[in-house]
Design a binder for this molecule. Structure first.
Ligand code: FE2
Ligand code: FE2
Length: 274
């Protein structure tokens, strides 16, 4: 698995970085691109550096609607094979907003459902879906007793009113790797611990690897302690590859407790061991 887009790049790297994330998952059965970063410019540049022709991508999966995960989609679709399957939650097309100050800005998917359906085959389901053998969506993270990876300024429409975004579209991917699972997160708005508990309920093998945006930027010290306690108690957990929206304080906390199990930061161009 390769990190194609991230907020960060290594010094002197030829990869380009911008706020957003994309991962390329390669198995014997084919290639899945999970998220598309914020722009086609960065996504297509980094894919070219990796010598990955978009026409060789067998399936697309989208973690949630936010622009930093879907912004590269329209440019990418000019290069993928017609009818390429795209997996997401049915709530992907709901408008999403961000209001840090002033007027709310639209931060959701910039393509209509019709425009997408003209280029790809949509597989929209709130239940887990198998994309390729051993590569699954988590489906919707329905139970959320733990703090979510939310931000106060994220909003959505309910009728005509703007209300707090509940991130119903948020999902991760699960890869079966030997006797354990790899969980790949986009932004993890549903909450890291909620996502991991959902995977443990829905899939048999234990979780061995966690990667991606863990959205712990607004987690308190107490939250971080609780999260590291839970991760420390996961017997099969070998590696954590945090990037994108994980946050530096969280990265430090994870590293202090989990030590060499935390690999990162994980900028664009990083090859992740499954
Ligand atoms: Fe997001
Ligand atoms: Fe994000």
């Amino acid at each position: 698995m390769i990190c194609v887009v991230d907020d960060a790049v290594q010094r002197s790297s030829q990869f380009w970085g911008e706020h957003g994330v994309a991962f390329l998952i390669e198995t014997e059965a084919g290639r899945v691109l999970f998220d598309t970063g914020q722009s086609g410019t960065v996504l297509l540049h980094n894919l070219e550096l990796l010598e990955v022709d978009p026409a060789t991508i067998d399936a697309l999966a989208i973690s949630h609607a936010h622009y930093d995960h879907t912004g590269g989609l329209s440019a990418l679709l000019e290069h993928v094979r017609a009818g390429t399957p795209l997996y997401a939650n049915p709530d992907l097309f709901r408008e999403r907003f961000s209001r840090r100050e002033g007027k709310p800005q639209n931060v959701g998917l910039s393509m209509t459902r019709e425009a997408l359906a003209a280029r790809v085959t949509l597989y929209l389901n709130a239940a887990p879906q198998e994309i390729l053998p051993g590569v699954w969506t988590t489906g919707e993270i329905t139970e959320r007793p733990e703090p979510e990876g939310s931000s106060d300024y994220h909003l959505m429409h309910e009728g005509h009113a703007l209300v707090t975004d509940v991130y119903g579209d948020d999902m991760a991917l699960v890869l079966e790797s030997g006797e354990r699972l790899v969980v790949v997160c986009g932004c993890c708005h549903a909450g890291l611990l909620n996502t991991l508990a959902h995977v443990e309920r829905a899939f048999e093998p234990p979780i061995g690897v966690i990667a991606g945006g863990l959205h712990l930027t607004s987690a308190s010290a107490r939250d971080l302690q609780h999260i590291t306690d839970v991760l420390s108690g996961m017997p099969a957990l070998e590696r954590v590859y945090p990037n994108h929206c994980t946050g530096e304080a969280a990265f430090v906390a994870l590293t202090q407790i989990l030590g060499p199990h935390v690999v990162g930061p994980c900028p664009a161009g990083t090859i992740l061991e499954p």
